[in-house]
Design a protein around this ligand. Structure first.
Ligand code: SIN
Length: 538
């Protein structure tokens, strides 16, 4: 089957949906998403969206907090762009129907937005919908997208690879021409051509054994862009969220940083506090510091977890402010109003990604990347809490304005020169066990060898094993008919290799990258991005 659209958006989180609503005035927009429109990391976001809305706050302070967390690698222009657009983008979300939590008012009139606080922020500036911000944003955006006459939203469609002029051997400048896409139900592969392709596929937490991310976070956009020749940067900076629920059945359920923002205290199992030994902001230190502190305390004490205490706060406040987390903890037998919550760190956010300019454009004409998929310079070496939904909104806005120019300047897709998917001699997959075995192996080795604290020896071990796995997956990919599971496996392997290569390349510790072999930050040599392109991967 062949399809054509002016703009193809891959992914249905905040960035993809917000972009589609803005770009729909420019041409026909098709969004493809791997599962349902609601399966995105956005829908799981608890904390909120940071924006300067309090008269006591300022853009300068938000920028300063962002750059302090980013440990010298933020691009100042990007930071200024994002923080100054915060209030306008929040206003647009409210106009689209997002119901953010407001301060309680006695007179019954609409009151000001309630602003939460999270780690690394010196002010209260996190706009939220209680502790289910992402779900509320997703609900409103999906509703608007579904009702829009010029947007087609297609679920259960998995992008396999980007189609580029270079790969097809077409003369002239290389550019993106669309994507091959497999239908999850029929397993049929179709050819989608588009003048502009926007990668908004979110992050890649599934590359690690323990993650706060949903199952769809397999780094698809990142891996496809890399294979297509786009530059990828700063993959060594993978953020571990300090507090996910520790429970054998909880699959790393996130315990929002907003709990610490409202006074939650991290303690060891014996009730002693420890964060004062690591940072002057104590429990509200930037995430990299808190995650490393917990990791180090767990290693020192031999405990499987630390705890987050909320019991000193009023139970009615805790239940009202954090209804989702309270409910979820109860399901696992923990009543956070009367007992501490057992927590551990888990992989949470890719600060690196597909390298873009200030408008979301990659080095491949016609290919844009936005949201967690992209590396825009906003996060540097460590993302400040609740800055990610803001970045998604701002870059969706910027990318939509860049799209107007691209639709005018790029020639039409040369349809006859874009062939349909060729399955070649591939036969039916015979051994699913190859997929599950490799999937588990990658995630476990990434957790054990490429986690919060690294060493060159462990990274090299991971590098060797990943090369073997990559060869085995490649063989399987070419010998058998492609399936969504194989597509995801191939992608997490590529992303894992990129993380390891970037981590081996950086001979210092900075932000989220901490290695015992080079424990100091080295500004004279390493105050720069780690950039990789296809030829750099062995
Ligand atoms: C959280 O609620 O702690 C997550 C927010 C974020 O990752 O920015």
């Amino acid at each position: 089957m062949r399809h054509s659209t002016d703009i193809l958006v891959i992914g249905s989180g905040i960035a993809g949906l917000f972009y589609a609503l803005k770009a729909a005035d420019l041409g026909t927009v098709t969004i493809i998403t791997k599962r349902s429109a609601f399966d995105s990391a956005t829908a799981w976001a608890q904390g909120g969206i940071s924006a300067v809305l309090d008269p006591c706050d300022s853009f300068d302070q938000h920028a300063e907090d962002t750059m302090r967390a980013g440990a010298g690698l933020c691009r100042e222009e990007t930071v200024r762009l994002c923080v100054t657009q915060g209030p306008s983008r929040i206003r647009e979300l409210i106009e689209l129907g997002v119901a953010f939590t407001r301060e309680p008012s006695e007179d019954g009139y609409a009151s000001r937005l309630d602003l939460g606080r999270e780690g690394g922020h010196t002010k209260r500036r996190v706009v939220h919908a209680r502790d289910m911000t992402g779900a509320e944003v997703q609900r409103a955006l999906v509703e608007k997208v579904r009702a829009h006459p010029r947007i087609r939203l297609m679920e259960d469609k998995v992008a396999i690879d980007l189609i580029t002029a270079g790969r097809l051997g077409l003369p002239g400048e290389n550019r993106c021409l669309g994507a091959y896409v497999i239908d999850r139900t029929s397993q049929e592969v179709s050819t989608w051509t588009a003048k502009v392709v926007v990668l908004a596929t979110g992050g890649a937490g599934k590359v690690y054994l323990y993650t706060s991310n949903p199952d769809v976070s397999t780094g698809d956009g990142l891996a496809m862009a890399f294979r297509a020749g786009a530059g990828v940067a700063n993959m060594e900076f993978f953020q571990f969220h300090p507090t996910c629920l520790f429970h054998p059945k909880a699959k790393s359920f996130l315990i929002s940083e907003a709990l610490r923002g409202e006074g939650g205290i991290l303690e060891l199992n014996d009730g002693t506090t420890f964060m004062e030994r690591y940072h002057e902001m104590e429990c509200l230190a930037p995430r990299d510091v808190v995650a490393r502190a917990i990791d180090s305390e767990m290693k020192r004490t031999g405990d499987d977890y630390v705890v987050l205490r909320m019991t000193h706060l009023s139970p009615s406040f805790v239940r009202g402010r954090f209804p989702g987390i309270h409910e979820k903890c109860l399901q696992y037998g923990v009543d956070m109003t009367i007992e501490p919550i057992p927590v551990v760190p888990a992989a949470h956010y890719a600060c690196g990604g597909v390298l873009t300019d200030l408008r979301g454009c990659t080095n491949l004409p016609g290919l844009l990347a936005i949201g967690e998929t992209a590396c825009t310079g906003f996060n540097g070496a460590n993302r400040l809490a609740s800055n990610s939904l803001l970045e998604g909104l701002v870059f969706a806005h910027e990318a939509a304005s860049a799209t107007a120019g691209l639709l005018e300047s790029l020639h039409d897709v040369p349809q006859r020169q874009v062939p349909d998917w060729n399955p070649g001699e591939a036969s039916e997959p015979d051994e699913q066990v190859v997929v599950t075995q490799n999937w588990d192996e990658i995630r476990r080795l990434m957790w054990n060898y490429v986690g919060i604290v690294r060493t060159t020896k462990r990274l090299k071990r991971a590098q060797r094993r990943l090369q073997l796995l990559r060869d085995e997956i490649r063989e399987y990919y070419w010998d058998f008919q492609v399936t969504p599971n194989v597509v995801e496996l191939r992608n997490i392997c590529t992303v894992a290799q990129l993380i390891v290569e970037c981590a081996l390349g950086r001979k210092e510790s900075r932000g989220l990258h901490y290695t015992l072999d080079h424990p100091e930050r080295n500004d004279s040599e390493w105050c720069k991005d780690t950039v990789l392109c296809r030829k750099d991967l062995p």
